[in-house]
Design a protein around this ligand. Structure first.
Ligand SMILES: Nc1ncnc2c1ncn2[C@@H]1O[C@H](COP(=O)(O)OP(=O)(O)OP(=O)(O)O)[C@@H](O)[C@H]1O
Ligand SMILES: [Mg+2]
Length: 258
């Protein structure tokens, strides 16, 4: 891991009118690091992820991102065009529901190829070869390249969404419950695949999950949220094996009982 962060988040706060979404969130994310955000329903996980990925404007606070040219920019002060460029090239977003992150009525190959075209690749043969390579990496058979994702299973759709997001070589990927809607055996394989790809590519990632097993497998560090606040943060193994806050202790023990 590099010794300079990729992202520095300072006092990030989001209110929906008078209702608190998340408040006073502070952390730094390093290259190659995976951060899990966990907490009960309504604790502010999605609010925080949507704000971090610039889909929501914060009420206050900032998120400084180290651009490829090494300049630091507050993502909330980027122009619309700069922000769009960042989300297409440097970032990925894996939605819980693959239908939200895929185009369901174009082919699997086009779903992957489209992202390459968005970053300026115009060479049809090369785009198809890269798409084919990525389908292989996410274990989708080459002969499915011309099929539409609506003919895919849930697990295949999620793997296609991952390929679409990673093909452009992003530096930071946001994931909201990436294994959420899948059955347990499919979840396990997908997690394995994700862990392998993230490691191979040296990606930084921020993963929202209510599943502590997902946090354990994927993340280096984690933040525990409750009522919009981060109540505990630290190395994943430390937080899960030796939780300090009573709420985290409860969360860890109640999961063990399931
Ligand atoms: N668009 C919105 N308008 C108003 N309040 C909202 C909106 N989205 C979320 N909230 C509120 O913000 C708080 C945090 O919600 P959020 O969706 O971030 O929780 P979460 O941790 O992602 O929950 P879950 O695990 O159920 O997805 C809740 O009180 C919620 O009611
Ligand atoms: Mg949520």
């Amino acid at each position: 891991m590099s010794d300079e962060p990729l992202l520095k988040v300072k006092n990030l706060t989001k209110y929906y009118g008078a209702r608190l979404g998340c408040a006073d969130v502070n952390f730094e994310l390093y290259p190659g690091e995976v951060l899990a955000i966990v907490g009960e329903s309504g604790s502010g996980k999605t609010t925080l992820l949507s704000t971090l990925s610039a889909n929501l404007e914060p009420t206050s606070g900032e998120a400084l991102y180290r651009m490829r040219d090494e300049s630091w920019r507050n993502i909330y002060e980027l122009s619309e065009a700069e922000r769009r460029f960042l989300t297409r090239t440097d970032w990925g977003f894996v939605h819980q529901n693959p239908a939200d992150g895929l185009r369901m009525t174009v082919s699997a190959g086009a779903n992957v190829g489209e992202r390459l075209m968005a970053v300026g690749d115009r060479h049809y043969g090369r785009i198809r070869d890269t798409a084919l390579d990525w389908l292989g990496r996410v274990e989708i058979a080459a002969d499915r390249i011309d099929d539409q994702p609506r003919s895919f299973s849930g697990g295949m759709r999620q793997r296609l969404q991952i390929a679409r997001n990673l093909v452009t070589g992003p530096r930071l990927v946001f994931m909201d419950e990436p294994t959420g809607g899948l059955d347990v055996s499919v979840q396990a394989r997908l997690l394995d695949l994700l862990r392998q790809l993230v490691g191979e590519l040296g990606l930084s990632a921020i993963v929202v999950t209510h599943d502590l097993a997902v946090a354990r497998l994927l993340s280096h560090r984690m933040m525990v949220m409750k009522g919009g606040h981060v109540i505990e943060a630290g190395l994943t193994d430390r937080v899960l094996d030796d939780p300090r806050e009573p709420y985290t202790q409860l969360l860890v023990s109640s999961i063990l009982q399931v």
